[in-house]
Design a protein around this ligand. Structure first.
Ligand SMILES: Nc1ncnc2c1ncn2[C@@H]1O[C@H](COP(=O)(O)OP(=O)(O)O)[C@@H](O)[C@H]1O
Ligand SMILES: [Mg+2]
Length: 258
């Protein structure tokens, strides 16, 4: 697959962090999942998280959105520690959107009813609500499926729906958990374009994770590799794939970007 990201932002001014995770540790029972993990997402950046299944990628997202609490460490959004804020405040006040790996929509409601249900929580004014729904349905090319039950959509259409639903509250930070899993090549390409478009037209800062490197590296500015509860290597895709630590722990010898 060709490289879909046409330019990469390599350096950011200090103080432009949208999200900063410092010394985050988490145990489930006596199993250490995260061990003093540090991670930084710059404003307007697309950051990829790579690591094998079970390494803790979804757990990191769950900690950021507030679904679970760390044993120690801090999560800062726009320089403010948010550890004490519940899920709904992180979503509405700190403007975090989350696209889970599976689900994330009402199966038995139509596409339109899904938009209506989610937007009624977020947007009080009925006209504004309808405006927002129409613009998202059109942007994500879901008009033809408006009155179809969401459960009947294809995998790619479902993913578009869940991303569009996450955009109803105008997030500043969007977390995408394995967005390309179980999708065909063309659908992955379409989603990569959507993700890059959210960065370039809306300035949304994005973290996406995957356990497969190539599709992820094709659409991020930089990426971090998680191993044994820590970030062991990070950088632009071309730097990262040359990084000896990253090669030894994750890519192996024969990995090529394209
Ligand atoms: N609620 C939980 N209770 C106990 N163990 C969990 C829980 N959630 C995840 N885990 C374990 O934590 C580890 C990391 O899981 P996860 O974050 O889902 O990994 P990834 O998303 O990288 O595949 C796994 O070993 C998983 O079994
Ligand atoms: Mg996961």
């Amino acid at each position: 697959m060709s490289n879909i990201k046409k330019f990469r932002v390599i350096s950011y001014k200090k103080g432009h962090e949208a999200l900063e995770i410092q010394n985050l540790s988490l145990k489930f029972g006596n199993m250490t999942i995260l061990d003093n993990l540090n991670l930084k997402l710059n404003s307007g950046q697309i950051l990829g998280l790579l690591g094998p299944n079970g390494v803790g990628k979804t757990t990191i997202f769950n900690l950021i959105i507030g679904l679970i609490k760390p044993n120690s460490g801090s999560i800062k959004i726009n320089s403010q520690i948010v550890n004490q804020f519940p899920i709904y405040e992180r979503a509405l006040r700190f403007r975090i959107g989350f696209v889970p790996q599976s689900g994330g929509f009402f199966h038995d409601l139509t596409v339109y009813e899904n938009f209506k249900a989610v937007s009624e929580i977020n947007i009080k004014d009925k006209n504004l609500r309808e405006e927002k729904i129409s613009s998202l349905i059109s942007k994500f090319e879901l008009s033809n499926f408006k009155n179809i039950k969401a459960n009947l959509l294809s995998g790619g259409q479902k993913k578009k729906l869940v991303i569009a639903l996450a955009l109803i509250s105008d997030p500043k930070i969007l977390l995408l958990d394995e967005p390309f899993a179980a999708l065909d090549v063309m659908t992955i390409k379409m989603l990569q374009s959507i993700i890059i478009d959210l960065q370039s037209t809306k300035g949304i800062s994005i973290i996406l994770c995957d356990h497969q490197a190539r599709d992820l590296l094709n659409c991020v500015d930089s990426a971090a590799i998680i191993s044994n509860g820590k970030v062991i290597a990070s950088g632009t895709p071309s730097n990262l794939t040359q990084n000896i630590v990253a090669k030894n722990a994750y890519f192996g010898d024969s990995f090529k970007l394209i």
